[in-house]
Design a protein around this ligand. Structure first.
Ligand SMILES: [Zn+2]
Ligand SMILES: [Zn+2]
Length: 287
């Protein structure tokens, strides 16, 4: 069985588990006293199940910390909210919204999300266009302007602005566990390697999981392989490229990472706590 096939089976198992937990439309409460730290992909270019809509963009929900975090909002609110509902996630339970960068496929769902729940803190970069900030404030949200690394709650930090050659300011979410960290990216315009390096310096632990858009679409195989090997050198144990990573990059990551490649589509649910807390890391993938 090849990696792709294993990945598909894994994704199906995760989706099945999610569906069975959500018959009452909500799903089980995360036990905040445990190590359970769960990440659910709610917006992506690809979907893992019928009824979950794919669209160009990215968003995910992190549960199990002191605060429930929505990272990015996808390109439109109807898709975001419909996928969240299908996955048993209520907008009212989100307390923190992080916007990775100011592109529409990550911010487009914000306005509609705030109509469903404006009692949130929105963390955006102070270099973002003023319109985004003012709009969020007008809709009742508290806005926090971020420049450097900023803690959202225990175990969750944003990197603050990272600017690469592309000149597009972006921040990433870093989840810190006892054994290492997970990094969640929007588009990774500054470069996924640079982001992982920054997260590693910030947390002073290994980055065990990198998940999100890696922005490698159109890159040559050699260049993608270079990124893969650099991430491996940096200690990234699990790779979950999605959104703008590009199909070819996703294939090459799957080949290189084998059973530590994590398929990432709308509906993917990961027990990140097990991956970064050293409590049976392999189990974090659903094994
Ligand atoms: Zn994007
Ligand atoms: Zn972008």
């Amino acid at each position: 069985m090849n990696n792709r096939a294993i990945g598909c089976i894994l994704a199906s198992l995760l989706l099945a588990a999610t569906a069975s937990c959500n018959e009452n439309g909500r799903g089980p409460a995360v036990d905040k006293s445990s190590n359970q730290l769960k990440l659910t992909v709610v917006y992506d270019n690809h979907s893992g199940a019928e009824g979950l809509k794919p669209a160009w963009g990215f968003a995910c929900v992190v549960e199990g910390l002191e605060k429930t975090i929505l990272f990015d909002t996808g390109g439109d609110a109807p898709t975001l909210l419909a996928n969240m509902a299908k996955l048993g996630l209520r907008p009212q339970d989100v307390e923190v919204v992080v916007l990775s960068h100011a592109h529409g496929d990550h911010t487009g769902g914000l306005r509609g999300f705030l109509e469903a729940n404006s009692r949130v803190m929105v963390y955006l970069l102070d270099s973002f266009p003023a319109g985004l900030r003012n709009d969020a404030r007008r809709r009742g949200a508290d806005v926090v302007d971020v420049s450097g690394p900023t803690q959202l709650c225990a175990g969750a930090t944003v990197t603050g602005e990272i600017l690469g050659e592309a000149g597009i300011p972006e921040q990433s979410l870093v989840l810190r566990g006892n054994a290492g960290a997970a990094v969640v990216t929007g588009c990774a315009h500054p470069g996924i390697v640079r982001i992982v390096e920054r997260a590693k310096a910030l947390t002073e632990v290994e980055v065990l999981l990198a998940l999100g858009g890696f922005h490698l679409s159109g890159d040559s195989d050699d260049s993608i392989r270079g990124v893969v090997s650099r991430l491996r050198q940096l200690g990234v144990r699990y790779a979950a490229p999605c959104h703008c990573s590009g199909d070819r990059a996703i294939e090459l990551f799957a080949d290189a990472y084998g059973d530590r490649f994590v398929p990432c589509v709308v509906g993917t649910v990961l027990d990140v706590g097990r991956m970064i807390n050293g409590t049976g890391i392999e189990e974090g993938r659903g094994k």
